[in-house]
Design a protein around this ligand. Sequence first.
Ligand SMILES: *[C@@H]1O[C@H](CO)[C@@H](O)[C@H](O)[C@H]1NC(C)=O
Ligand SMILES: *[C@@H]1O[C@H](CO)[C@@H](O)[C@H](O)[C@H]1NC(C)=O
Ligand SMILES: *[C@@H]1O[C@H](CO)[C@@H](O)[C@H](O)[C@H]1NC(C)=O
Length: 648
Amino acid sequence: MITSKSPGMLLRVLYLFAVLDAACLLDTGMLFPRESSSREVKELNGLWSFRADKSPNRNQGFERAWYKSRLVETGPVIDMPVPASYNDVTQDPTLRDFTGWVWYEREVVVPSRWITDKGTRVVLRVGSAHYNSIVWLNGVKVTEHKGGHLPFEAEIGSLIREDPTMPCRITIAVNNTLNLDTLPPGSIQYLNDPTRYPDGFFVQNYYFDFFNYAGIHRPVLLYTTPKAYVDDITVVTDFLDNTGMVKYEVSVQGAAKATLKVTLMDKDGRCVASSDETSGVLKVADVNLWWPYLMHDNPAYLYSMEVRLMAADARATYEDVYTLPVGIRTVKVTNTQFLINNKPFYFHGVNKHEDSDIRGKGLDWPLIVKDFNLIKWLGANSFRTSHYPYAEEIMQMCDRHGIVVIDECPGVGIKDIRSFGNASLAHHLVVMEELVRRDKNHPSVVMWSVANEPAAEMPPAGYYFKTLIEHTKALDPTRPVTYITDSNYARDKGAPYVDVICVNSYFSWYHDPGHIEVIPIQLNTQFENWYGKYQKPIIQSEYGADAVPGLHSDPPMMFTEEYQNVVLESYHNVFDQKRKQYVIGELIWNFADFMTAQGITRVVGNKKGIFSRQRQPKSAAFILKERYWRLANATGRLPPWAKYPCSL
Ligand SMILES: *[C@@H]1O[C@H](CO)[C@@H](O)[C@H](O)[C@H]1NC(C)=O
Ligand SMILES: *[C@@H]1O[C@H](CO)[C@@H](O)[C@H](O)[C@H]1NC(C)=O
Ligand SMILES: *[C@@H]1O[C@H](CO)[C@@H](O)[C@H](O)[C@H]1NC(C)=O
């Protein structure tokens, strides 16, 4: 198998084997659909037919089986773009604030060769839909999925072959209702007083501060694979001196016996290692490690791993080709440091949202590219996917650009004690399985976050987070696990189980509003308390203040740009003392303004962005830009093109 003269190398290889044994518990993979010589992709983005079920119990669509015929035959339909949230695209306030089932439908022309070739699998894939989804093909249910931010798919080949003359009609019903067991949780409240509320009045309550956008948020597509195919690939990487190691495991479906050819290629397409085994370790001489940008002159180096599968049955032979980008890097946490490739990494980054005007949370390429350009303009080296997994397309951008990611699941707003019950926990474990399955191979992902600001002082939180974090570590022993806390350091029941303490605080905002002078004292105390109790490195995972763009006052007052500036600067002074000890990062809340539920503290959304929702800078953006480039110079390495960051 593996021979090595170096005991260090052998130990590392054994370690890699041990960690790969902790396979995912879900029984199939969820590889990103990529075209290859054996795979075709057909995007179904564009206009779909749409109807919200506004019947009092929201159940008419099921009672009248809207999935059985064309949607237009059972009532009026409107145009609805996919991918997009449906909330902001019409002038109808009842659709913006709708809770319940909405119905999407689209007919697809399937290439005839997909139908005639029985050796082809045809898969329907939804990148994400919020929250509960049911999918039918020509009136036959093909899959359902719970959860708003992760992909799901169904094989539809046999159904489309039943009657090749029939158009292929895809119906997707999506329900955005949040209850105590969903992630994020929420509750429905019925208000029955006829002197105060109209008949049938109910509201969706939730305990997180962003708008509950809904709909089909990410691309829907059809893709093919041969009948025998590469179902999943897991890679774990390490290095010793200048030899890289890629431990991989390929899972094959549709063939009892298959021959594999695994080839690792460098950036120029040259083969650097290969193997015929379904699992093994590829060794790479003179390795180019994957480095975050601002840490190395040659950042974000990606190899590509081509997996070629050959199989045969009585009828035919099959060849499947799948190519996975691979970044070779390691991640470690000590008492005081976060190490990437054994070098200390300081997170100077942002928290984001998938949020934009009109499209809501719908995947939007111009917005994605603009945001990456702004992240680099700012000199940010990292972000957290607050407060749910972002599109896979965004994670791929992070791999390619060397942006480091704390990958957060949708465990936000777990505040009600009933949401710590075992039904909620069971669902939370599955969501972590789905998230790790989807994102495990991204070099940019350096840590999992299992929740944001849960009520971690409640008695059941200890068992809940112990179980959740142990499960996540079993799924992926290579990455640290955290959750983001705003609890009291002494009473937080989950903190003993995390690898890195991530703390949110809003001194002089939600507490002692207007009193900037408390920040140095309170922030210093916060850090000393947490480090004193746990001796774990700390990230300030949120801090900030609302600023309505263009609102000014001197001396600074809350909601002005000046107040946001002085809050940030007061925090920065303390960070600069503590980052030489055990503070390993700072993530501003928030990158850009974003929509929230309506309420007395929000003026058309949350204004804590350093950019407006239209991605124009507030004055705080320039303060942060100056700071981040200085930090990049102090803790990392400025790239040659950033010699004069101020003129960028
Ligand atoms: C769908 O929405 C309605 C209205 O909020 C709710 O009563 C029902 O429980 C939801 N069903 C599912 C499966 O989410
Ligand atoms: C959840 O399950 C665990 C293990 O079976 C059990 O000890 C605990 O009492 C359960 N908690 C609740 C709230 O039912
Ligand atoms: C980076 O830091 C060095 C040493 O402190 C300093 O001399 C240099 O001017 C800095 N470069 C930039 C571009 O800020």
